[in-house]
Write a protein that binds this ligand. Structure first.
Ligand SMILES: [Zn+2]
Length: 174
């Protein structure tokens, strides 16, 4: 299970399971490397892993500027989404690899648009929103993209790109 670094305070993530003998003190048992962005030739991003012994749960911590399972950083993704919505996508100066990931992420977001409308309801304007309308309404919820990811996950129990089950295991829906 993965959790975002800015979604908890202190030096270790909380145990998501909290079983009968859990003291809520998962210990760090190392790290693995992941691609920080699609242009890296070798993975360089350290993902620290924690283990709760009584619950037998492993937790990986995702650094603030990154997404679970997507090797694109948060800033270019936010920029791409904003430009997709404002119709000025040609002004982007992304590498081919970053552009491919951003396009894939946008496609995923589009496929989830009706879920956002259902969950966020009146927060999304107008009444029959286009996908850019949906994104613009969602993006206004928080000042930073990272804060937005946390807000969606913890307040609305939905992830931007459908990674919620992988973020939270089977504990919570969608
Ligand atoms: Zn535990």
């Amino acid at each position: 299970m993965q959790i975002r670094e800015d979604s908890f305070k202190g030096d270790r993530p909380p145990c998501p399971k909290r079983g009968p003998n859990c003291k809520n003190k998962p210990h760090c048992n190392g790290h693995y490397l992941r691609y920080a962005n699609p242009d890296e030739s070798e993975p360089s991003l350290k993902m620290f892993c924690f283990w709760c012994v009584p619950c037998r749960v492993s937790i990986s911590v995702i650094p603030v500027n990154h997404l679970p399972y997507w090797s694109i950083e948060v800033d270019p993704l936010a920029q791409y989404f904003d430009l997709q919505s404002s119709g000025d996508i040609d002004s982007l100066d992304f590498s081919q690899n970053t552009l491919l990931r951003a396009k894939g992420a946008w496609k995923r977001f589009c496929s989830r648009s009706s879920q956002f409308v259902q969950i966020l309801g009146q927060l999304i304007a107008p009444l029959t929103p286009s996908i850019p309308d949906i994104w613009m309404s969602i993006s206004r919820l928080e000042k930073s993209f990272s804060a937005l990811l946390n807000r969606l996950a913890y307040d609305y129990r939905i992830s931007l790109l459908g990674d919620y089950p992988r973020l939270f295991g089977s504990i919570l829906p969608t």
